[in-house]
Ligand binder design. Sequence first.
Ligand code: SAM
Length: 327
Amino acid sequence: MDNALIDRFGRRIEYVRLSVTDKCDLRCVYCLPKGFKAFEEPEHWLSFDEIERVLRVFGELGVGRVRLTGGEPLLRKNLAALAARLKRLPGITDLSLSTNATQLPRQAALLKRAGVARINVSLDSLQPKRFHELTGGQLYQVLAGLSAAQQAGFDPIKINMVAMRGVNDGEIEDMVQFCIEQNFTLRLIETMPMGATGRAAADHYLDLQQVKARIEKRYELMPSVMPGGGPARYVRVAGTNLRIGFITPISQHFCETCNRVRLSVDGTLYLCLGQEDKLELRPLLRAGVDDGELKQAVVDAIARKPERHEFREKPAQVLRFMAMTGG
Ligand code: SAM
């Protein structure tokens, strides 16, 4: 493709993670601090028209995949209406969602009809008390959200579990079993030092290479792949439909295959999750640039995409919480 976004390391950027809000109804220990209130002013949120315009430009530049995220994306009013608008954009072939699922009982069917095909649900514990300690929320609401997603026909449904030593690592086998029974895909994630909360949680960092070895003692694992454009390395549990993905930004980073950028709710395009390099799109949009200028600004920004994050070398570097960037 002529107008594809290729960065200076030869990586083709074809995936945008779109944060539609920085607010969340949960307070996961590694993400937003308890009592955090410094959310973006509503007048700084990109409107649906602005989001659609930016995503149209990305579509023309070869981006085919968009993931709605946040904060908690289901807290943005009329999310399904936005989803339907994005799904209609030329070039956008894959629209997915990351959610904590608490609002899915009301929204799952609407989102499915709007064209969201695949969803990822964060779930770090199956024990109500621990779930509450880790998130401030109620497990039964997430389980109700998951069943609403199943009924609405989402396929696949992926469970994202941040694995933390001494916190929920004793539950990994239970989560494997739960996902086998429910026909979910499981993705285990290493904690990243994003913001003060992420850094504090990094004390519980668990190397997923060791977790894989542990799962292998109980289950036969076979190499596998999964469509979706993400960084997880998958295995399949023999004799079941379960795929387990390992997302290892710390123990084995995957920056050389990075195909994505992140657009935050205030219109900042972050070029790397673990670096500050960015393009402020909101001032451009509100100053009335034309589509050609917008496109050029994006192309120029991609040329500055950093080679890799430095979570290991400089763990204190990223001050943004994950919810602010769009996880
Ligand atoms: N609210 C939605 C959700 O729960 O999936 C979307 C946003 S949330 C920030 C996206 C993902 O980022 C979640 O799976 C969450 O567990 C993960 N996350 C947040 N902070 C993290 C950190 N410091 N390290 C690793 N993963 C983190």
